[in-house]
Design a protein around this ligand. Structure first.
Ligand SMILES: [Zn+2]
Length: 340
């Protein structure tokens, strides 16, 4: 029988200090060339082991082979000039210097497929691999070629589909698309955001997920959250359409969040990765706190559809804190599993 309440993480995990400077986003690599390639494989083994020891059921790569969840994927594509930079407003929230789309975008070679094969060779557990979603990709670029957010999103969806099919062939069980931009551009999400996501998963037989969150615990995000009021109802804007979509799993921020849990009613029937770990604090959740969040979610998510998870990635945290949080997640899920 399939294990109930399988645990997983939203995506990134801390990197070891010999690979990149810890507790930092966009942290530069400490090695180069063949040494870096070997170090990334070692880090994959380490994160795999740490997840298994913490009792995580669905293993992720912890983003050990990438500097950033969006940028690294784009770096491997044609048509984007990383030297030519423009300042744009990301997710309507903060300014950043980003690369420029200067011609047709294309994927001339696989990006993460080798790393996925390597992870697959080393564990019997199901594995989940995250890719950026089309809308979040275009939100991290200046487009001087297509001059249309929607057009560029469709192009990226095609490219993501190529990568996703090869990840599936490499033995990945769940392919996840990270779409924090879904919480900001509601009209676009409904007009073409979900449609481009469905294009990205076209023809896949493995399970597919979308991760929608309120971001890492960085200052720009925590400041933004303060402006959202006491109830965060952003999910409400596009859940009805997402419920109708072909995406299997939806990964959401639910713990220490002002998201009213009853919004989950709008996606009833979907599998939900319920974020029960706050990534914006070093305070370690108790297993009982995790269990309480999961029980609340179970009012709206059937047990067989509930996947205990973290709110978002944990790259900016220390390894000690992240590992303790993973153990709390497993222990909390075990409490509720025993009650079922
Ligand atoms: Zn996230």
């Amino acid at each position: 029988m399939k294990k109930l309440l399988p645990t997983s993480t939203a995506g990134s995990l801390p990197k070891p200090s010999w690979l990149a400077e810890p507790e930092k986003l966009w942290s530069p690599w400490k090695l180069a060339g063949d040494e870096l390639a070997a170090a990334k494989r070692d880090a994959l083994l380490l994160t795999l082991k740490e997840q298994e020891v913490a009792g995580i059921d669905i293993i992720s790569d912890g983003e050990q082979t990438r500097q950033h969840f969006v940028t690294t994927f784009i770096e491997h594509l044609d048509g984007v000039d990383f030297e030519k930079r423009e300042t744009v407003r990301i997710r309507d929230r903060y300014d950043a210097s980003v690369p420029t789309v200067i011609g047709e975008v294309a994927r001339s070679k696989p990006v993460f497929v080798e790393a996925a094969k390597f992870l697959r060779q080393h564990t019997q557990q199901p594995i989940k691999w995250a890719l950026p979603g089309p809308m979040t990709m275009i939100d991290t670029l200046y487009d001087a070629h297509y001059q249309s957010r929607e057009k560029l999103a469709w192009e990226f969806a095609k490219i993501l589909n190529q990568e996703a099919k090869e990840l599936e062939a490499a033995g990945v069980d769940i392919i996840q698309f990270d779409e924090p931009a879904f919480n900001v551009f509601f009209d676009d999400v409904n007009d073409w955001g979900i449609a481009t996501l469905e294009r990205a998963i076209e023809g896949l037989k493995c399970e597919t997920a979308v991760h929608i969150c309120y971001g890492y615990g960085i200052k720009a995000n925590t400041d933004w959250k303060k402006t959202l009021g006491s109830e965060w109802r952003q999910y409400e804007e596009f859940f009805p359409k997402l419920q109708q979509s072909t995406i299997d799993l939806i990964s959401l921020e639910c713990h220490n969040s002002h998201v009213p849990m009853d919004l989950l009613e709008l996606i009833r029937g979907k599998k939900v990765m319920v974020g029960a770990i706050d990534v914006a604090t070093n305070v370690i959740e108790t297993p009982e706190e995790v269990a309480a969040t999961l029980r609340k979610a179970m009012q709206f998510v059937d047990a067989e559809n509930l996947y205990p998870c973290t709110n978002c990635g944990m790259a900016p945290l220390s390894r000690e804190v992240a590992n303790a949080k993973l153990r709390a997640l497993s222990a909390g899920a075990a409490i509720v599993r025993n009650e079922l």
